[in-house]
Design a protein around this ligand. Structure first.
Ligand SMILES: Cc1cc2nc3c(=O)[nH]c(=O)nc-3n(C[C@H](O)[C@H](O)[C@H](O)COP(=O)(O)OP(=O)(O)OC[C@H]3O[C@@H](n4cnc5c(N)ncnc54)[C@H](O)[C@@H]3O)c2cc1C
Length: 390
């Protein structure tokens, strides 16, 4: 019996335009992304030219207003595009999601002048963005960040270290959260810092378990001067802006997780229908059939959950609890599904000759970024039983 070739996911898309968009994305994936994914991940190569192409094709600004060069697409469409990009290569899907996260502050809280000055280049002018919240000593407890911005005339002088920055060292702009006032969440302000600012230096990229093509680096701000015209929102509003960006960003991570899980399931189905043991394809054995059925069910449930949250967002309704649930469920599902995919391939699954080991390593990081899954549970529990008593 031949391998069963994976079928494209049947998607519910709201408009003819969004169906055309998905066809364009699938074509780009087949030609430009999928064929190089394994080798470039292995070599730790970041596909900058793919991001240039995505920008040129309007795919780096999909959920933002057309007025400033965005694609004007609802989140439910944008996330399904992300899912397909991440299935082909997580470095690309997550990179688009992080870029979108980096644009959120200016698009949502910038003045009209700031938006007109910077957004078109960010959304479709070839620029690549990064989002700088985490620091060496503040990850989950992001409100305790220490990077300082001190007012000096018309400028702010930024000093400190940001950690774990996706696209750190290669981004054209950084959305940076820095302390301008009191301790805690109310003393934080957001800034848009150009990538070539004087005094801004990146360390060598981290050596990671997976997503090796995506550079993650510490950034050192050594007295970087940032004009007040690049402050986003009010002084002290930065943490609220950062959290609002993360609500949307978490949906991006959820969609990426389902993409990775779908890619793993496709490999597992294809392998299980081709591999023979005991004179039959291993897909004949109920033990494996049930495993594949569970994998598919988790993927479908995750997709429904992130789409339900996206549709709330598209309708202008609150979606922060649902975004935390989607991030938690989809990334935990991706971890289980990719681990099971390795099992379905047996010994071959444990080698670098098949992509499922890479999917398993990639799934792990999604349980950590943009709020670990423990932090998502805290967000959800607070909605149920109120804040912790201390
Ligand atoms: C590949 C990669 C890319 C990243 N990209 C970015 C980026 O672009 N921008 C950015 O700002 N950051 C980025 N991050 C940082 C990421 O958001 C943090 O790693 C994450 O928020 C966790 O912070 P931490 O690593 O300091 O872990 P810690 O906060 O030290 O947590 C360690 C462990 O303790 C648990 N924990 C902490 N507090 C609690 C609690 N109250 N209750 C229960 N458990 C708790 C955590 O869940 C975790 O398991 C990236 C990280 C990675 C690995």
């Amino acid at each position: 019996m031949p391998d069963r070739a994976p079928q494209p996911v049947e998607r519910q898309l709201p408009t003819e335009e969004s169906r055309d968009l998905l066809a364009l994305v699938r074509d780009m994936i087949q030609r430009e992304i999928a064929p190089r994914a394994a080798a470039e991940e292995d070599a730790g190569h970041f596909p900058r030219e793919v991001f240039a192409l995505l920008s040129e094709s309007g795919l780096l600004g999909l959920p933002y207003d057309a007025e400033h060069g965005g694609g004007d697409q609802p989140y439910e469409v944008y996330l399904q595009v992300l899912e397909e990009l991440a299935a082909a290569r997580l470095t690309v899907g997550l990179g688009v999601s992080v870029h979108s996260l980096a644009c959120h502050a200016l698009a949502g809280y910038g003045t009209k002048e700031q938006q007109a000055a910077h957004l078109p280049a960010m959304l479709g002018g070839g620029l690549l963005g990064a989002y700088c919240l985490s620091e060496p000593a503040s990850g989950s407890d992001a409100a305790s960040l220490r990077t300082k911005a001190v007012r000096d005339g018309d400028d702010w002088v930024v000093t400190g270290t940001k950690a774990w920055i996706t696209h750190g060292g290669i981004a054209d702009f950084y959305t940076v959260l820095a302390r301008t006032g009191e301790e805690g969440p109310r003393g934080i302000t957001a800034f848009l810092v150009p990538g070539d600012a004087e005094g801004l230096n990146a360390a060598a990229p981290e050596k990671k378990m997976g997503m090796k093509g995506s550079p993650t680096a510490q950034l050192n701000f050594d007295g970087v001067r940032v004009p007040d015209a690049r402050r986003i929102g009010e002084e002290g509003q930065g943490f609220a802006i950062a959290l609002s960006a993360l609500d949307s960003g978490r949906l991006g991570i959820a969609a990426c997780a389902i993409g990775v899980a779908q890619a793993a399931l496709d490999e597992a189905v294809s392998y299980a229908t081709g591999r023979q043991q005991f004179g039959r394809p291993i897909s004949d054995f109920q033990g494996l059939r049930f495993m594949l059925a569970d994998m598919a069910t988790q993927i479908e449930a995750g997709r429904s959950l992130y789409l339900a949250a996206a549709r709330l967002r598209d309708a202008g309704r609150p979606f922060s609890r649902e975004a935390a649930m989607a991030k938690l469920f989809c990334t935990d599902a991706a971890m289980r599904v990719t681990t099971d995919a390795v099992q379905v391939l047996g010994g071959y699954g444990y080698t670098l000759d098949f992509p499922v080991e890479r999917f398993m390593r990639e799934a792990k990081v999604l349980q950590i970024v943009e709020g670990t899954n423990q932090i998502q549970r805290m967000v959800i529990a607070r909605r149920l039983v109120g804040p912790e008593t201390r």
